[in-house]
Design a protein around this ligand. Sequence first.
Ligand SMILES: NC(=O)c1ccc[n+]([C@@H]2O[C@H](COP(=O)([O-])OP(=O)(O)OC[C@H]3O[C@@H](n4cnc5c(N)ncnc54)[C@H](OP(=O)(O)O)[C@@H]3O)[C@@H](O)[C@H]2O)c1
Length: 298
Amino acid sequence: MIAAVARNGTIGADGSLPWHLPEDFRRFKSITMGHTLIMGRRTYESIGRALPGRRTIVITRDEHWQASDADVAHSIDQAIDLAVGYRDAAGGGAPDSLMVLGGGDIYRQLMPLADRLEITHVDADVPGDTRFPDIDPASWKVAERTSRAGFEFVSYVRREPIRDLQILLSTMAPQLHDGEFVFCTVPAGGPPPEDVHPVVTVAEIEGITLVLAIGEAEAAGLSGTFRCRWITLMVASALDAVVHISRRDGGPRRVEGVSVLRRDPASGLVETAPALLFGADGRTRIGPGGERLERLLA
Ligand SMILES: NC(=O)c1ccc[n+]([C@@H]2O[C@H](COP(=O)([O-])OP(=O)(O)OC[C@H]3O[C@@H](n4cnc5c(N)ncnc54)[C@H](OP(=O)(O)O)[C@@H]3O)[C@@H](O)[C@H]2O)c1
């Protein structure tokens, strides 16, 4: 993601940039040239055209919106799919970066998937109506910093191995993709439900969680807590596995969280330890399974 951000987080005011920094424009151009850019409809309209030499994907919910110099996507997932398609079609010589150009709405939604931030920190509090999400030092570290009078160019990279993880996940074939599944929690100590065939049984503090096909859960009168479209299980050793859950209402790249599982051979139950949690606020947090996940990825 690339952005210029004031000390108080402002990135925009009344639909445009609240400053004019020619050196920042030059750096922006050199970083983005040749790459595919993803931007929100309002940012596109504030620029007024696609930027030359860069393929542009504009995200809008308006089915009728069009631009002669840009491609249109109607969701974040569709924009990513389009961009990945261009890159794959271009073959090995294509630049491998998809750049997110803003604005505030789009930065907030794509922050959990970003692996690099190119930020121009403007050294002033600037009034405005659009903000950049907070850059949490627990998730991001400074890779490079160049100071100028009144502003600073800072490159941030993720602390967690998110890139490795994304690659790992992309190689994991979904094992359960034929139906839709629901997570049902049965209180600890209670009788096990009859006539159900859970695809996964997870021992959790609140009780036993069963992952069931939706039809089966409904027939057994079990109400679900969490629906998902597909689940990927990768067995990394005899005991460990990584589970990747994508929510039913999101596309396959909308990762809700990644957990590390450990199967108890005696009971057959699987314990789960959340490793990475992608919050609705756009932050990524490392959960108790984080260290185990790093060992599995090492
Ligand atoms: N300082 C910087 O580096 C920088 C960079 C970029 C932009 N900006 C500033 O940021 C401001 C614009 O930001 P913004 O937050 O108002 O708007 P934005 O993020 O540029 O665009 C928001 C629009 O994108 C579409 N959209 C968002 N999420 C979507 C989704 N999940 N599915 C489909 N469409 C979706 C919607 O378009 P529809 O309404 O058409 O449905 C929404 O109104 C401007 O002031 C601009 O100058 C600053």
